[in-house]
Design a protein around this ligand. Structure first.
Ligand SMILES: [Zn+2]
Length: 150
């Protein structure tokens, strides 16, 4: 199933930024697009924050290893996590978006005003939803995961 995902090169051109208490990294133009988009959304009283951004291939390996150590079968792991090398987060152009009042990284995000706003407006900022319901990659529906295509 995960063989349907494309392989990605780990981006080296990244900028650090603070999101709440967290230090995150993104490809420079992806960060600019995000900042513009968030500002625009705020004008409609839509609050959004980034849950995760760039992730290295070695970090992805750690995540998979930790899940296996908990006894989670690969079949379950790879429904929600890409194998190392196959995550869009390696490119520094993928962001997981959250909004106050909705639990992070859960399908319920689709019921938020933020998600409806993103569906209507994200493409104007060069972002697209990577894993819609029943996507061809065999990846679980991720309404929170958006990718900067430019
Ligand atoms: Zn993601």
């Amino acid at each position: 199933m995960h063989c349907r995902l494309p392989k990605f090169v780990e981006e080296k051109d990244l900028v650090d930024f603070n999101e709440g208490e967290k230090m995150l990294r993104l490809y420079p133009s992806a960060l600019t697009a995000w900042e513009r988009m968030r500002t625009k959304a705020l004008q409609s009283a839509i609050q959004m924050y980034i849950i995760s951004a760039f992730r290295s291939i070695s970090r992805q390996e750690e995540i998979i290893t930790a899940k296996r150590a908990k006894g989670i079968p690969d079949e379950e792991i790879f429904k929600v996590s890409a194998p190392p090398g196959y995550s869009e987060h390696h490119t520094g152009r993928a962001i997981d978006i959250g909004t106050p009042g909705s639990p992070p990284l859960e399908e319920a995000f689709e019921n938020t005003d933020a998600f409806q706003w993103l569906l209507a407006n994200a493409s104007k900022f060069g972002l697209r939803l990577s894993y819609p319901r029943d996507n061809d990659y065999g990846i679980a529906y991720e309404p929170w995961h958006w990718f900067f295509v430019g």
